[in-house]
Write a protein of this length. Structure first.
Length: 94
């Protein structure tokens, strides 16, 4: 499955360095468990972009990050993947 298969994305901005570590750990674990989940980091801003197949999938991922991994973060407005990431370089977080 490619990023193109993921249709909706959200930017996640951890509040603290500890939250960033928990976010990285949680996203690595969840992306290993769920091939439909894609995680990218914008090298210019340092923001993390989570892409999922639909809004419900994305909401479940964000909820799990908050509950299970205790991540406190600002969450951007969900938008289509192409609108957020088109033409911007980024690498896999994993």
């Amino acid at each position: 499955m490619s990023l193109a298969d993921s249709t909706i994305s959200v930017v996640v901005m951890p509040r603290t360095a500890a939250d960033e570590q928990r976010l990285d750990r949680g996203l690595k674990q969840m992306s290993a468990e769920d091939p439909r989940l894609h995680v990218l980091r914008d090298p210019q801003s340092g923001h993390t972009l989570i892409s999922a197949v639909d809004l419900e999938h994305l909401e479940l991922v964000v909820d799990r990050l908050k509950r299970q991994f205790l991540v406190e973060a600002g969450i951007g407005k969900p938008t289509s993947t192409g609108d957020v990431w088109r033409g911007r370089p980024g690498g896999q977080l994993n």
